[in-house]
Design a protein around this ligand. Structure first.
Ligand code: MSS
Length: 366
């Protein structure tokens, strides 16, 4: 029996049985624990912080949390209470760490060995960024990026350029972005970025800055190392650098959730294979399942509600399986016609793994 690591204090309220605790700041959902709801229950949602989260004391009076907005016609500091007067949008979406699936890269990239569970489908609620920007006189001329700054301080010496977690995304990502104070109908907890978080749907986890202190429209990407060096698609063996593509939009991806425990043999006969499929920045529109390691594919059915293009879809396929060994894979196609590939895009830090082969599950039917 392996000694399970304890949940950290700020995430003590989570359901330990559903989670793999890699460290105090990296906690993933087990492959068999996403549940039957399309929306991931908060107590099973993964957690990832690059450094320790800020003190729980910032949650004492969430409405008084102040956000500085710069790079607009009329720069201003707005409290959450003021933001709540500017508009409201509920946004179902997949929140997924850039490194989800890193465990399957053969070159063993450094970083958390995430399997499938650094992802969840949740409903964030807040005000559209576009409404806030409109109220402040629009984006200032010549701005190219939307930059979010987090509220925690990173330890001295880690980054010569900033003490903050800071990420920039292309300006066009503003169109569906929101500033969220709620998730799944509850006040946004500290673990997921409360009191206020920048949500950029379709973009990988890191771009959704928690404890948001500043939202700025900028000419350049943030000088922070987390922008310039980390979260870049560099060649294997090459450390980061601004000349490599930033990890921004998510590619289409799916994985089977059941049968999920290769240690447990499955009874021959009709077996319902289930899973989750996401389209990235476009809706997942097609899902196929293979029971023979990708040789033959059958179209599976989406089951459960469609919560919009940024959410994931649950899927199922009933297969008649005789005793034997099977490799179960799934692959999705999005509205743009992009299909999940067999092979991962190799990169040094193990980002954006959407290879169907890497996410395959071997099962035994008896
Ligand atoms: N924010 C801040 N402020 N800080 C940090 O650290 N992290 C990232 C995001 N945001 C951070 C932030 C990441 S990296 C991720 S994934 C996310 O977040 C997560 O979320 P949750 O809620 O789950 O925890 Mo990777 O790409």
């Amino acid at each position: 029996v392996s000694a399970a690591k304890p949940l950290p204090d700020y995430a003590k309220w989570k359901n330990a049985d559903s989670l793999i605790v890699h460290s105090a700041n990296t906690i993933e959902t087990r492959r068999d624990a996403f549940g039957s709801s399309v929306v991931t229950p908060l107590d099973r949602l993964f957690v990832r912080n690059n450094v320790s989260p800020p003190s729980e004391s910032i949650m004492a009076d969430p409405d008084s949390w102040a956000l500085e907005v710069n790079g607009v016609g009329k720069p201003a500091t707005l409290t959450v209470a003021q933001l709540k007067t500017l508009g409201l949008q509920a946004l179902p979406m997949v929140l997924q760490c850039s490194g989800n699936g890193r465990a399957y890269f053969p070159h063993k990239p450094g970083g958390t060995q995430w399997q499938v569970g650094a992802a969840g489908c949740v409903i964030f609620t807040g005000v559209p960024v576009a409404a806030v920007v409109k109220a402040l006189g629009g984006v200032a001329d010549g701005m190219v990026y939307m930059t979010g700054t987090g509220g925690e301080e990173i330890p001295a010496g880690l980054d010569p350029n900033t003490v903050r977690v800071e990420r920039s995304v292309p300006l066009e990502a503003m169109k569906d972005a929101i500033l969220a104070w709620e998730v799944n109908g509850e006040p946004l907890p500290l673990a997921h970025g409360g009191p206020l978080r920048l949500i950029v749907p379709g973009y990988t986890g890191v771009n959704n800055v928690k404890y948001l202190k500043q939202l700025a429209f900028t000419k350049e990407q943030s000088p922070a190392s987390i922008q310039q060096n980390s979260y870049r698609m560099t060649d294997i063996g090459v450390k980061g650098g601004p000349k490599f593509p930033a990890v921004w939009e998510m590619p289409p991806k799916s994985w089977v959730t059941l049968p999920s425990d290769p240690a447990k043999p499955i009874k021959a006969g009709k077996v319902v294979i289930t899973g989750l499929a996401m389209g990235g920045v476009d809706a997942a529109t097609k899902i196929e399942v293979s029971v023979n390691g990708g040789k033959d594919w059958q179209e599976a059915q989406f089951v459960g509600p469609d919560l919009g293009k940024y959410a994931w879809r649950q899927f199922a396929l009933t297969a008649d399986l005789k005793p034997g060994s099977y490799n179960i894979a799934s692959r999705t196609t999005n509205a743009k016609g992009e299909t999940q590939p067999a092979d991962r895009v190799e990169n040094n830090r193990g980002y954006n793994n959407n290879s169907w082969r890497d996410h395959m599950v071997a099962i035994k039917v008896v």
